[in-house]
Design a protein. Structure first.
Length: 285
């Protein structure tokens, strides 16, 4: 399993979960003459937006059905993209293809989210498919290095960014989350099952309750992939909603790892950041 595949073939299969990212990737592929085929996950993928593309519906756990569809559409290269709430094993609809690899599916579910996705990816690759990432098929959707908005981090923010990256590196072995908030050198929150939006909402609530007494426009949301993470799966994502949450949490800005973070609606995100006076910066990997 490699991190880079430079000769991704057309068509490309998008295993599409929730949110807008599956469709942004599909549009990016189509714009470059690569045919996207959506394999929409029931209960996650947007049923309205998906009709713009050739698509099939699959359920989590239908490995056999999914593989048949991948082959029927001649999709050798596959991408996992979108948000997905981890289902309980009891919620998975098994088919005969899944039963054949049930031991490997069970092993994948025993780890964190990154372990789950990479484990499922290995199962697919052992059956002749190739898992590729956003870096391979839609690099235009990745955050570039440098400041994206007008505001820039000051020395205090730079120190908070450095501490946030240290915290995320330390947490990486536990596969907990990909984000932390540091205010004036204090770690006030790390991402958990609530996701980044939940983390920002929690910090906003703590400020309102007076539990966080730092001045407004202080502190940074730092996002980074986990150390050793397979960068084809579950990259951090930012967008206008992230900026709105950071503004509500009264932060100074957002710092993410350039080239390893997906950006949703970049122009809208930059406009929202400028309106709120927040910085958004891409950090060296």
């Amino acid at each position: 399993m490699t991190d880079r595949v430079m000769d991704a073939s057309s068509p490309i299969g998008l295993i599409a979960a929730g949110g807008v990212m599956p469709f942004a990737v599909a549009d990016s592929l189509a714009a470059r003459g690569i045919d996207p085929v959506m394999f929409a996950l029931k209960g996650a993928c947007d049923p309205v937006a998906v009709v713009r593309f050739r698509h099939h519906w699959i359920s989590v756990g239908q490995v056999g059905r999914a593989m048949k569809l991948f082959r029927a559409e001649n999709c050798r290269d596959l991408v996992f993209i979108g948000t997905l709430v981890r289902p309980a094993l009891s919620e998975i609809r098994l088919d005969w293809g899944t039963l054949r690899v049930l031991g490997r599916v069970w092993a994948a579910f025993r780890g964190g989210d990154d372990h789950l996705l990479s484990g499922i990816g290995r199962i697919l690759e052992q059956d002749g498919f190739r898992m590729v990432g956003i870096k391979d098929v839609a690099p235009d959707l990745l955050v570039p290095e440098g400041c994206l908005a007008r505001a820039k981090p000051d020395e205090t923010a730079a120190a908070d960014i450095a501490k946030g990256r240290e915290v995320l590196r330390a947490l990486s072995p536990f596969d907990i989350g990909q984000a932390a908030i540091v205010i004036d050198g204090h770690v006030v929150g790390v991402e958990d099952i609530e996701g980044t939006d939940g983390l920002l909402a929690r910090v906003a609530r703590l400020r309102k309750e007076g539990r966080i007494r730092a001045k407004a426009a202080r502190g940074v949301l730092v996002k980074a992939p986990k150390s050793g993470q397979d960068l084809r799966f579950d990259l951090p994502t930012v967008g206008p909603r992230t900026v709105e949450g950071a503004a509500a949490a009264q932060l100074a800005g957002i710092a993410v790892v350039a080239g390893n973070t997906i950006v949703v609606e970049p122009q809208a995100m930059i406009e929202a950041a400028d309106a709120a006076g927040l910085f958004v910066t891409g950090l060296p990997a």
